[in-house]
Design a protein around this ligand. Structure first.
Ligand code: FE2
Length: 203
């Protein structure tokens, strides 16, 4: 990643009750291990720990119990939803996060195929006060043509606020190495670099 030009890193392990039962304690433990490994390897790049919270029963409970969320920066908390169907309480969850002082960051909106025929719903989610974070590799077609098309549509509408690597394994790294700067990706990056139109200005 450093060879590719990335300078600082925010690690966002999954928090999912059915699969990755992470919590702040387990993520902190992993963070320390990684931080030490980086130190031993002489890598001094900034590393931040956060999480990618799946909106599920556990997340609803965390909000109910006002358990502190890990944030990717400031009060920005990264959430994702099921790829099978949207949670029925998504609007309430977003609202509750806002009430608790968080700014929800909605992960890879372009990858939920049930929204492809209901793009207005994606727009509504963003309009309800979410920051949209797309996967960089969606723009190269890594997740298929439909996700690419949706990412391009969002880029065209100025709906992509942040980009994430969503790096899980070597294959993602390999795909990032081969990434070409498409027109849509260039548009998003220009928008992100524009101080008048960056996410900080929008908030
Ligand atoms: Fe995700």
């Amino acid at each position: 990643m450093i060879d590719l030009g990335y300078e600082s890193f925010t690690a966002t392990p999954h928090v999912m009750e059915d699969m990755w039962r992470n919590n702040t304690a387990s993520i902190s433990k992993g963070y320390e291990v990684l931080k030490n490994a980086m130190k031993e390897a002489g890598i001094s790049n900034k590393l931040r720990m956060a999480a990618e919270y799946l909106v599920d029963g556990n997340f609803t409970r965390m909000l109910e119990e006002k358990e502190e969320l890990l944030t990717i920066q400031k009060n920005w908390a990264l959430i994702e939803i099921s790829f099978i169907e949207p949670p029925r309480n998504l609007k309430e969850i977003i609202f509750e996060m806002q009430i608790q002082g968080y700014h929800p960051v909605f992960a890879h909106p372009e990858r939920y195929n049930y929204y492809y025929k209901r793009l207005n719903e994606l727009k509504e989610i963003r309009d309800s006060g979410c920051i949209f974070q797309s996967n960089i590799l969606s723009f190269s077609g890594y997740y298929g043509p439909a996700a690419m098309q949706c990412a391009e549509w969002m880029a065209d509408k100025g709906m992509v606020d942040l980009l994430g690597s969503d790096l899980h394994h070597e294959r993602h790294l390999e795909a990032l190495r081969k990434l070409k700067l498409t027109k849509a990706l260039a548009k998003v990056m220009d928008q992100m670099a524009d101080p008048n139109n960056s996410v900080d200005a929008v908030l």
